[in-house]
Ligand binder design. Sequence first.
Ligand SMILES: Nc1nc2c(c(=O)[nH]1)N[C@H]1C(S)=C(S)[C@@H](COP(=O)(O)OP(=O)(O)OC[C@H]3O[C@@H](n4cnc5c(=O)[nH]c(N)nc54)[C@H](O)[C@@H]3O)O[C@H]1N2
Ligand SMILES: Nc1nc2c(c(=O)[nH]1)N[C@H]1C(S)=C(S)[C@@H](COP(=O)(O)OP(=O)(O)OC[C@H]3O[C@@H](n4cnc5c(=O)[nH]c(N)nc54)[C@H](O)[C@@H]3O)O[C@H]1N2
Ligand code: SF4
Ligand SMILES: [Mo]
Length: 740
Amino acid sequence: MAKLPVQDNIIIEKFGPHKQYTPKNGFKGVSEPDKLVKTHCCFCGMQCGIQLKVKDNKVVGFEPWKEFPFNQGRLCPKGVQRYLQNNHPDRLLSPLKRVEGVGFEPINWEEAIDTTVSQIQKIQEKYGRDAMAMLSGVSLTNEKSYMIGKFARVALKTKNLDYNGRLCMVSAGTGNKKAFGLDRASNNWSDLKHAEVIIVTGANVSETFPTLTYPIWEARDNGAKLIVIDPRIIPLARTADLHLDLRPGTDSALYGAMLKVLFDNNWVDKEFIEKYTSGYEETLASVQDHTLEWAEKITGVSAEKIYKAAEIWGKAKTSFLLHARGIEHHTKGVDNVVGCINLVLATGRIGKPYCGYATITGQGNGQGGREHGHKCDQLPGNRDIENPEHRKYISAVWGIEEKDLPGKGYSAWEIIEAIHRGEIKGLISICFNPLVSLPNNNYVRSALEKLEFYVAIDFFLSETGRHADIILAGSLQEEEEGTVTTAEGRVVRINQAINPPGKARKDSEIIKEIASRLGAGDKFNFTTAEDIFNELRVASKGGTADYYGITYEKIEKNMGVFWPCPTLDHPGTPRLWENYKFKTPDGKAHFNPAPYKDPSEVTDEEYPVTLTTGRVVSQYLSGSQTRRIGKLVDQYPEPLLEIHPELANKYGIIDRDLIKVVTRRGEAIFPANVVETIRKDTVFIPYHWGGIHSANILTISSLDPMSKIPEFKVCACKLINTGEKASKSDKSNAFQSFDE
Ligand SMILES: Nc1nc2c(c(=O)[nH]1)N[C@H]1C(S)=C(S)[C@@H](COP(=O)(O)OP(=O)(O)OC[C@H]3O[C@@H](n4cnc5c(=O)[nH]c(N)nc54)[C@H](O)[C@@H]3O)O[C@H]1N2
Ligand SMILES: Nc1nc2c(c(=O)[nH]1)N[C@H]1C(S)=C(S)[C@@H](COP(=O)(O)OP(=O)(O)OC[C@H]3O[C@@H](n4cnc5c(=O)[nH]c(N)nc54)[C@H](O)[C@@H]3O)O[C@H]1N2
Ligand code: SF4
Ligand SMILES: [Mo]
């Protein structure tokens, strides 16, 4: 029988409506908190330092943490509201079970764990171990990420574990490994401020990493030139020297043409190339036909502008290149990344002060979470699950036989496909809301309906959670000790501020208990988060992401330690490659050809408009957290369709007309937001909403063949003006308003 999502009316009857929370009167006693806890924001990869105000085991506010070196007290709109989650009326306070026709009912932990374990065993006995899959997420600390990697392989004994970074950091990770043999931003952000030129491509920094704008402004104050590459005039582009408004999906053509200009004009560092790189002849040969005229045709950016960008970049002495998902969410995401790296290597501007390159990591622990083994092809320390030496080492750390360590499993999207095929029958998810965040979500929904058993660990009831049989009430970031690794590669401490409320439990305790009930208790003998970290240190030792020399004490003392840090007396590595010894097999940085390919779906007569998707400043990811925070909902209550006035004119569209957007996957209706800041052939929709307002009803599930990232950033759509108008500000797409 298809397991339909538990519907709104049932949830409302049982628990009251989901709420947007804006405490009207503030918290009593805020002025006299019991304590201030120094920790980090739970949202994006900047991991800004923050102090949480705690009163009576509740987080009741925050204070800036001015001494933390990166953000020095600065926070963005999400950071200053994050404290409203622990005490939120929607917070799950006990485990729930699905009762058909009734909805969810609170149950005790014994029943919740009994049911979970017996269902897992039933599925694995009947269909084999790999019929259970696990999906995880990197809002989780390093300790939890490590523990989940071990849990899936040692307790659940399945190969099918993957994580939400598969939608996020994997193109960058694959590109970084190809070029450098190691996956981390090459520099810390302090190198930005004296760079002569900064290229920002496919990264809406002011909205998605607001506190990172500060070092960019510092560089501008010091005279830096700024080049922004984005189909939209994003806020940062308004101040740029050059804005290249390329057609979505054409980055590799642009970078190829720029590389040719660099070589044609001898704006390259020949000595660096010869001594420290390989693959440049082949790469140079691959761009010989990438003329400016050719690139203009493909990208829609004028030949003059492309030349100018290459000239500014080529003639500089110091520089920094930053990119994010705008170039990575593509079927050629990896090619786009190596295309950018080629520009950095050609000029030899890496491994020196104020010279650098970074992919800007997205999620809170998007960096650490992609190193310690909850990817389908990975073991801790960024080891390879298919490498015999790596397998041997980790098996020894875990005290298991190498033959019992599962191999490479399916990636996140492939898990959904395997559920459809009937190959995967059961799912555990933690920290992932795939029904909102995966592409083509009609297909995802029908997969969830096919599962024989699904258990979700979360602190809120997400859209995906509504399909679950059991929901285990887990913990917020501030409810457990741990560490995360910031986008700079700095390992920092998350300090526990409060205990989980009600009967909610720490995520790590939940995992530990299920592991023990599955018979692997002796492998999860951890009492504290530090115990887990100490095992992680050993497991990462000798891997490219080596944390062995990092301890809790050392982190506290230095306000973070940059990995690699291989020995206890090692100070950590804020800037990589200062010795030009790269981690590739030949020790050199690799140029890689990145030939241009069309996106998997191009516009045609039937679907004539390009659709791209992304973010707004006040909402976070699937919105499961931020759509519940009243002040953030006020800032951007509903998803809008950004459209240029000329394109709008073609369809007779004016601001706030309701526009039906149709793709080959589905259709959804959005109010128009007519703006001059977007290309005339492209529309943009933010993706933080579920149900009928989900941008992912429309997106395509084509994957990059190497990284397996979906092509969120480009597909073809048609627009239909419904002739109706949206009401002024429709918050019903978030949750109901609730005042204390
Ligand atoms: N407010 C907020 N901040 C966040 C998040 C959030 O949800 N909300 N999420 C965090 C996470 S996990 C991530 S991954 C990051 C994402 O951070 P970003 O990558 O900066 O965010 P996006 O909005 O997904 O995409 C960035 C830009 O890519 C552009 N773009 C679209 N197609 C193309 C293309 O083909 N080429 C180029 N060059 N650009 C293109 C879009 O116009 C958009 O401005 O943000 C992090 N920070
Ligand atoms: N169309 C489109 N789709 C996209 C993107 C896009 O640009 N366009 N971006 C993609 C990207 S880059 C990303 S990163 C993904 C993100 O997609 P998801 O990972 O699905 O998004 P989240 O909102 O982080 O979902 C996490 C869930 O975990 C819960 N959670 C958060 N922290 C914790 C924790 O510490 N413990 C537990 N137990 N639960 C926790 C939250 O309440 C939430 O329900 O979306 C992707 N989807
Ligand atoms: S920039 Fe990122 S880490 Fe900093 S406060 Fe905002 S969401 Fe939090
Ligand atoms: Mo992300």
